[in-house]
Write a protein that binds this ligand. Structure first.
Ligand code: BES
Ligand code: MN
Ligand code: ZN
Length: 482
């Protein structure tokens, strides 16, 4: 999809031969002499459209306008969340008309949040998954023109929003791919492709190199599958080498059957989404590659399958992590933390300013927070605040969860330094407490995206979250440093 930002020009809009001309009308609208103004003025004067009410009005081939459909939308109270809701309803309704071109116009300057919300909604609604369909119905929308009263700040918001959207789409794409089309090796290829961007490098380790590093916990998960593991290291260097990087660690379990502690059959297919943390890291690197901010970022992805076989790790097995800590694997379905703990240990070598891991870690987090907010677990107040703020501004919100040491009680065992599961109570928190043992000196945060990374049911599919949150966090950081 191509996006173009243009200064507001009502007569150009009237002459726009677009499939859908969508106009956000505000109360202070002052008509000019052009045909579009005439239409808006008429509908407002006759009480058929109230700019404040959350209303919408659709006209088919209105006279003196060149568009096929004119859609007037009120901005409601002007909150980004309202923009998202209204635009999503209007576009979903018009999806069957298969528009190729869409023009979106703001008659008065939108806030940054409203522009971001509008762009991301456009993308979400028009997205079509095609990769494994033989006769793909492709995305009809090719071109989006946006008209608004412009200033430099809005241009920057636009650029960032478009790059974010492309990152979100990459994350959705890899999240949605079936496990046999998104193996650890294929994820590594996707990461390598990102190294085509300026200032971006990629290194991929296979089973031998991972064994040499002593990543015994990661290896234990991978050993049950015939599909060899990959450890992916992406590096984006946007500023001096000596600047401490942010390290992002994404859970890349390309299929989670549970292993010997096997999951029930119902909905097991959804465990192809268990690499959405990894996909979000790829999405962030896509956005970084395009935006080239003055920061350094490292992306780490341990990628493997979790399958039962004669070689699988068994309940009760004790493995040695890269940190030296021994782990009793009481439940092979708690595998995410096993692959992440070794990646967290590895992260220390970059002397990071912050480490953020992103993982579809626990069903318990879905029970706690549903699909609205990701779970945020953080041992540093400033990092926690920055991530929460980024979540709000990007409409990709998270919610801070506790990390009291008492929650780690259940991880004690007689047979190793730590067990990989505690009881069912507070399951999202005990998972985080396990990871915290492997976090180094740098501020650390864990995002449990089990409830937010994909939708189940009739709209089943990856959401691309939390790419929006992460890009907003990193761009705010870059803004502070220049
Ligand atoms: N990938 C799952 C978490 C998950 C489950 C995400 C359902 C979304 C929906 C993870 O590896 C897992 O199986 N976690 C276990 C942990 C338990 C054994 C302590 C879980 O949540 O049941
Ligand atoms: Mn599992
Ligand atoms: Zn899992």
């Amino acid at each position: 999809m191509n996006f173009h930002l243009k200064p507001l020009d009502l007569s150009a809009l009237a002459n726009d031969k677009t499939d859908i001309l969508l106009v956000f009308v505000t109360d202070d609208f002052k008509p000019a002499a052009d045909a579009l103004s005439g239409w808006i003025d008429t509908t407002v004067k006759h009480g058929d459209f109230r700019a404040k009410s959350g209303a919408s009005l659709e006209l088919y081939r209105p006279t003196d306008l060149q568009c096929k459909r004119l859609v007037l939308l009120s901005l409601g109270p002007g909150h980004a969340a309202d923009t998202k809701k209204m635009l999503s309803t209007a576009l979903t309704r018009l999806k069957s008309t298969e528009p190729r071109q869409l023009t979106l116009s703001f008659l008065s300057k939108p806030t940054d949040a409203v522009l971001r919300a509008a762009l991301s909604t456009l993308c979400d609604v028009s997205y079509v998954y095609t990769t494994t369909k033989s006769k793909a119905e492709v995305r009809s929308l090719h071109r989006v023109d946006i008209f608004a009263p412009l200033d430099q700040a809005l241009r920057n918001t636009f650029t960032q929003a478009v790059a974010t959207i492309q990152g979100v789409e990459l994350a959705r794409e890899w999240g949605n791919r079936p496990a046999n089309h998104a193996t650890p090796a294929k994820l590594a290829q996707a990461a390598r492709a990102l190294a085509e961007f300026p200032n971006t490098r990629c290194k991929v380790l296979g089973p031998k190199a991972v064994a040499a590093l002593g990543m015994g916990a990661f290896q234990a998960v991978a050993q049950g599958s015939d599909e060899p593991l990959r450890f992916i290291e992406l590096r984006y260097q946007g500023t001096t080498k000596s600047t401490a990087p942010v390290v992002l660690v994404g859970k890349g379990v390309t299929f989670d059957s549970g292993g010997i502690s096997i999951k029930p059959a119902a909905e097991m297919d959804e465990m192809k989404f268990d690499m959405c943390g990894a996909a979000s890291v790829l999405g962030v690197f896509q956005a970084l590659g395009q935006l080239q901010p003055k920061i350094n970022v490292v992306g780490l992805i341990p990628a493997c399958e979790n399958l039962p076989s004669g070689r699988s790790v068994k309940p009760g097995d004790v493995v040695t992590s890269m940190s030296g800590q021994t782990i009793e694997v009481l439940n092979t379905d708690a595998e995410g933390r096993l692959i992440l703990c070794d990646a967290l240990t590895y992260a220390a070598r970059f002397k990071p300013c912050a480490v953020v891991d992103i993982a579809t870690l626990t069903g318990a987090c879905v029970i706690a927070l549903g699909s609205v907010r990701s779970g945020l677990f953080c041992n540093d107040a400033a990092l926690s605040a920055a991530l929460q703020q980024a979540g709000e501004t990007s409409l990709d919100p998270c919610w801070s969860m506790p990390l009291d040491d008492e929650y780690a009680q259940g991880l004690k065992t007689a047979f190793a330094d730590v067990a990989n599961v505690a009881g069912r109570p507070g399951g999202a928190i005990t998972g985080a407490k396990f990871l915290q043992r492997f976090a180094g000196k740098a501020p650390w945060a864990h995002l449990d995206i089990a409830g937010t990374a994909w939708n189940s049911g009739k709209d089943k599919g990856a959401t691309g979250r939390p790419v929006g949150l992460l890009v907003a966090y990193l761009m705010a950081l870059a803004g502070k440093r220049v």
